[in-house]
Design a protein around this ligand. Structure first.
Ligand SMILES: Nc1nc2c(ncn2[C@@H]2O[C@H](COP(=O)(O)OP(=O)(O)OP(=O)(O)O)[C@@H](O)[C@H]2O)c(=O)[nH]1
Ligand SMILES: [Mg+2]
Length: 317
């Protein structure tokens, strides 16, 4: 027997799959708020997902990600592709500033039916930044958008998580690496499918590009070829080439089909759900047993790893 929640979810999903923007917006709001209906919606959209190409843009604050995405949207539109953008705001649930900035920088597309822009906060009710993002991407995909773009500030873990969701990850830098060198060491080179030096109208752009190419050269043995491009987001210079390179990279994946998206994104969703369920079980696990494990570890009878294994075995039973 169906409940009112089931009926509401089914009705909303039908409109979403039919391409209604308002239904998509509504579904995203449900997912973001962690409402009970969200799980039903997410389940119901799964067979509809799989046709979107998902592109992640990450990089330090202010390097020009939003401006670049704005230009990239324009280029995709000229290639007759529809584009949905999820701008993740990891700073804080209440920071309207960044969101307003994103809206302004992508504002020229406000009246285009082929563009959908949504800021999402990173509170992650249904399981962390990446889970919420992956869920929103699923909704946008199922709603029929050809290209789904994720903007995220490169802040440690979040950028690594984005690569688990996006088909192609674009890492954006600005000229004069300076402090960014640390960030690059910390893993940007590992995650980038494409590197972009934006603000190429500023001095040092070519030096920065060369530096990046040299750094990549040192690692060539351990990874595939990563193109290093330059762009001027504010004029659109270099953006057609960027979009062509991204489209080329997408060809690593089979032709998109409804219900058959790359498993990477689904894997992220399942892993996140598993971690969440495990955490819930750990939080309610047997106190006497934990006490016993603590005692044995503190006496040196048991290693922490062995104690963890015992605990896991118990909660997973
Ligand atoms: N000169 C120049 N300025 C640019 C370029 N691209 C972006 N900017 C400027 O850089 C500033 C930051 O741009 P955003 O697009 O908001 O950068 P962002 O990376 O999205 O910033 P956050 O989302 O806050 O991390 C703005 O003032 C842009 O106008 C460029 O290619 N050249
Ligand atoms: Mg931005």
């Amino acid at each position: 027997m169906s409940t009112a929640v089931d009926d509401a979810a089914a009705e909303l999903v039908e409109r979403l799959l039919g391409g209604q923007r308002a239904a998509l917006a509504r579904a995203i709001t449900h997912v973001e708020s962690g409402a009970a209906i969200a799980r039903r919606i997410l389940q119901a959209v799964q067979p509809g997902a799989g046709t979107a190409r998902v592109i992640g843009f990450t990089g330090a604050p202010g390097v020009g990600k939003s401006s670049l995405i704005n230009a990239v949207i324009r280029e995709f539109r000229s290639r007759s592709k529809t584009v949905a953008v999820a701008a993740v705001d990891p700073s804080s649930p209440i920071s309207g500033g960044a969101i307003l900035g994103d809206r302004l920088r992508m504002g020229e597309h406000g009246t285009d039916d082929g563009v959908f822009i949504r800021s999402i906060s990173s509170r992650g009710h249904l399981g962390g930044i990446s889970a919420t993002t992956a869920q929103v991407v699923d909704l946008m995909d199922a709603a029929g958008w050809n290209v789904v773009i994720i903007e995220t500030v490169g802040a440690g873990q979040s950028e690594v998580e984005i690569t688990q969701i996006a088909d192609v990850s674009v890492v954006v830098c600005a000229p004069g690496l300076g402090d960014d060198v640390q960030a690059i060491k910390a893993g940007i080179l590992e995650i980038a499918d494409v590197l972009v030096v934006n603000k190429a109208d500023q001095p040092m752009a070519d030096e920065t590009r060369k530096q990046l190419v040299a750094m990549l050269g040192l690692r060539r043995a351990e990874r595939r070829n990563v193109p290093v491009l330059t762009t001027v987001a504010t004029t659109g210079e270099g953006v057609d080439r960027l979009v062509s390179v991204v489209e080329q990279q997408c060809q690593r994946y089979p032709t998109p089909k409804r219900g058959q998206r790359p498993h990477k994104r689904l894997q992220t969703l399942i892993a996140q759900a598993a971690a969440r369920q495990l955490q819930e079980r750990l939080a309610t696990s047997n106190e006497a047993m934990i006490h016993d494990l603590c005692t044995r570890v503190s006496r040196g009878e048991l290693s922490i790893d062995s104690a963890a294994r015992t605990l896991l075995d118990a909660v997973l039973k």
